[in-house]
Design a protein around this ligand. Structure first.
Ligand SMILES: *Cc1c(COP(=O)(O)O)cnc(C)c1O
Length: 393
């Protein structure tokens, strides 16, 4: 039998990313390819930079997508800003802080770890203590929306603290951008990265980054070369035209993926940032009302709970894998498993970007109700969807 074309199943994606893509974004992927220095493509790149400035709420010239996933955006920020010997304070309250730590060490930096419990935000008090104890700290790095735990850290406050001690910040906004407020200029964030497949609902594999004036200054005054040729922003800028002058080849851009990101950002612009945040908040409230009516528990403190990533406790005696397999097989619905410390104990229900909709909230509640009831879970049946609908009314 010859291998034939691959036909993926049609799923509803309510996990930690990727999220469902809008039909207009899918259509953008199939537009005709052009050369990566075609004048038409260069025009699109200029619009892309403006759209990303809009999404990030920044005037930063150094705002562009890295041609690789969120992890590469993270690596790009650390590789460009951390020089060997630099002290970097890293907030660790989930999976992604641990990766930041890896990045600091691999760049030859000296990491000072500020640890908080999973499900808690990065503690401003602990960060302040670390800044006082390490007056040579050059950077504070933290995750704005921790996808492993569903907790939001106070990006504005942490940035102010860092600046009060002459340190820059690197912020992970992979899950926050498009889902909750991210105000790069208002909060004076120095370096930030995101991902295309979470609340921007685009194809995975692109990571928008933005560097503010202090970060640009640190990059241009480096004593050592950035150890990664590919991620060296001073070289990439020549291709994205952020340094002025003629565009030169750096790497072949993922052309059609960039069409898709352009369309995702146009959709965000059409909706408006505030409206997108409001939609994420409303759908979260409806999902929460439904889950709680069923007797399920959301362990993250409401004060810093993320609307786009809902952590739910698995009821006593219920097998995590059996539920997720049934949801996938019977409803073609994907929800996320717990990660790290949460594995087997919690589910992570994403309401990200295009997947943050009333239709998905109701599907998820109805599907969970039927599967959990069949497996004999101690939940209240037939009340989840009604409780969610009451929120929408
Ligand atoms: C998904 C995610 C990443 C990594 O992004 P990839 O595109 O998977 O490389 C980094 N940080 C956070 C907070 C994420 O949720």
């Amino acid at each position: 039998m010859p291998i034939t074309s691959f036909t993926p199943p049609v799923r509803t994606l309510m996990g930690p990313g990727p999220s469902d893509m809008h039909p207009r974004v899918l259509a953008a992927l199939s537009k005709p390819i052009v050369g990566h220095l075609d004048p038409a493509f260069i025009g699109m790149m200029d619009e892309m930079k403006a759209l990303l400035q809009f999404a990030y709420q920044t005037k930063n010239i150094m705002t562009m997508p890295v041609s690789a996933p969120g992890s590469a955006g993270m690596e790009c920020c650390f590789a460009n800003l951390v020089e060997p010997g630099d002290t970097v304070i890293v907030c660790k309250n989930g999976v992604f802080g641990t990766r930041m730590l890896e990045n600091v060490e691999r760049c030859g930096g000296k990491a000072v770890v500020v640890e908080d419990e999973w499900g808690s935000p990065a503690s401003p008090n602990k960060v302040e203590d670390a800044l006082k104890a390490n007056p040579d700290a050059k950077i504070v790095a933290f995750v704005h929306a921790e996808t492993a735990t569903g907790a939001r850290s106070d990006a504005k406050n942490l940035t102010q603290l860092a600046h009060a001690h002459d340190a820059l910040v690197i912020v992970d906004a992979v899950t926050s951008l498009g889902g909750i407020e991210v105000d790069v200029d208002g909060w004076e964030i120095d370096a930030i990265y995101s991902g295309s497949q979470k609340c921007l609902s685009c194809t995975p594999g692109l990571s928008p980054v933005s560097f503010g004036p202090r970060a640009q200054e640190k990059i241009t005054s480096r004593k050592t070369k950035v150890q990664s040729w590919f991620l060296d922003q001073t070289l990439v800028m020549g291709y994205w035209g952020t340094g002025g002058g003629k565009r030169t080849y750096h790497h072949t851009a993922p052309i059609n993926a960039l069409y898709a990101l352009h369309e995702s950002l146009v959709l965000l612009e059409e909706e408006g940032l505030e409206n997108a945040w409001k939609r994420h908040a409303l759908n979260h409230q409806a999902l929460k009302a439904g889950l709680e009516a069923m007797g399920l528990e959301l362990p993250v403190d409401p004060a810093h709970r993320l609307p786009q990533l809902n952590v739910v406790k698995i009821p006593e005696g219920i097998d995590d894998g059996a539920v997720r397999t049934a949801l996938l097989n019977e409803y073609s619905l994907e929800i996320g498993a717990g990660l790290g410390a949460g594995a087997g104990k919690v589910w992570r229900i994403g309401l990200m970007g295009h997947a943050s909709s009333k239709k998905n909230v109701l599907l998820c509640l109805t599907a969970l109700d039927s599967v959990l009831t069949r497996l004999g879970a101690p939940i209240k049946s037939s009340v989840g969807a009604q409780a969610a609908l009451a929120v929408y009314r």
